[in-house]
Design a protein around this ligand. Structure first.
Ligand SMILES: Cc1cc2nc3c(=O)[nH]c(=O)nc-3n(C[C@H](O)[C@H](O)[C@H](O)COP(=O)(O)OP(=O)(O)OC[C@H]3O[C@@H](n4cnc5c(N)ncnc54)[C@H](O)[C@@H]3O)c2cc1C
Length: 328
């Protein structure tokens, strides 16, 4: 591990001032960053602890929720308003990691956790363009069972690991940022990148930029939402495929719908094609399956992960059917 110094930021301004120094990283709960430092994948020489920033969850004037970046994952999952109005978010968070890790992990840190691609972690023997740009990718042509089927590139086939982020993508969340050029807001679906030629860049954040909050707009039918995670074992495993969805059905017709997928791409995958296919159409199993197939039409299976395409179609169909109350 590279030696580092540590400071706890007293407020956003203090964090930004300290965050300007070279080789500085913000520290949330440390449940991902410290592992990466132990493996020498991340080598910051200064850590700025941002767990003292806002840990408030409050109603916005528009009727949504504003969630401070230092809110712990457990607190967010358990919050009364979240459970009542955005149950998919509660379920997504509780599907991840363990109770101990969720107690430590922050909202800001969860959003910026890095891929679990085993080649990314294998510093001894594997090439990885994400870890070392331009070095190559041993996952391509390697054991790729857990890798991406959508949006991958010739440089990287890693997937995004977060469960929480899949729900945030479906919920049209907005990320609040502060940086050297001031404050800005970014739609959550634009926070993470597809790998392209630069898989070393996970997000659209500028160097030193700080996540201060995440905002959930009101979703009138959000109470009718859920998250389903399909994985190799019941706990302590990342998603092979996951689905976050909310649906509003009136007189047998889909009035509105939100869907996002996890475990399939370098970023949480908003299923816009499926949503467009469903809006205004019948709320039945055949329509849900057709919409899921439309979303997966561009999927490109690798050697070991072709099963994810059918799995994603079945998981989406089942989740939508369950929410619409039309399962056989
Ligand atoms: C054994 C194990 C199992 C796990 N299983 C799952 C799982 O099934 N599903 C899942 O979703 N996750 C899982 N995780 C990952 C876990 O959810 C993340 O480690 C956690 O959410 C990261 O949050 P943190 O606050 O600890 O982040 P940290 O490790 O502190 O930071 C992560 C990154 O975020 C940056 N950062 C932190 N806060 C800010 C901020 N405010 N602004 C800008 N940058 C910031 C840091 O610089 C760092 O780059 C697992 C982790 C472990 C160790």
């Amino acid at each position: 591990m590279t030696p580092f110094d540590y400071a706890r930021a007293s407020d956003v301004g203090d964090a930004l001032r300290r965050g300007k120094a070279p080789a500085t990283a913000y520290l949330g709960g440390g449940t991902n960053l410290v592992d990466l430092m132990r493996e020498t994948i991340a080598r910051p020489t200064s850590l700025v602890d941002v767990t003292g920033l806002s840990d408030e969850i409050r109603r916005t004037d528009g009727g949504g929720l504003s969630i401070g970046s230092a809110v712990r994952n457990t607190a967010l999952a358990e919050h009364r308003e979240v459970r009542a109005h955005y149950p998919m978010l509660t379920r997504a968070i509780l599907a991840g990691a363990s109770a101990q890790i969720r107690n430590m992990a922050t909202v800001g840190g969860n959003m910026l956790q890095r891929t679990r691609c085993t080649y990314f972690y294998d510093t001894d023997g594997s090439r990885c363009n994400k870890r070392q740009p331009g070095s190559g990718c041993d996952a391509i042509g390697g054991f790729d069972r857990g890798h991406a089927i959508l949006g991958a590139s010739n440089s990287c086939i890693a997937t995004h690991p977060s469960d929480m982020c899949v729900a945030l993508a479906a919920l049209d969340a907005i990320v609040h940022l502060e940086g050297s050029r001031g404050a800005r807001m970014l739609p959550f679906v634009d926070l993470h990148r597809l790998p392209g030629e630069h898989p070393e860049r996970d997000t659209m954040l500028e160097p030193g930029e700080l996540i201060t909050a995440i905002e959930l707009p009101p979703l009138p039918f959000g109470a009718n939402s859920t998250y389903r995670k399909v994985r190799d074992r019941a706990s302590y495993a990342f998603a092979l495929v996951s689905v976050a969805a909310a649906i509003e059905v009136e007189d047998g017709t889909v009035k509105d719908v939100r869907i996002a997928l996890g475990g399939v791409a370098h970023k949480p995958w908003r299923a816009s094609k499926a949503e467009a296919a469903l809006r205004g159409g019948p709320a039945n199993v055949a329509a849900f399956k057709a919409a899921a197939e439309a979303e997966l039409a561009d999927a490109r299976p690798l050697r070991d992960n072709g099963f994810k395409i059918g799995l994603a179609v079945r998981a989406m169909t089942a989740v939508l059917g369950e929410l619409a109350g039309v399962m056989a």
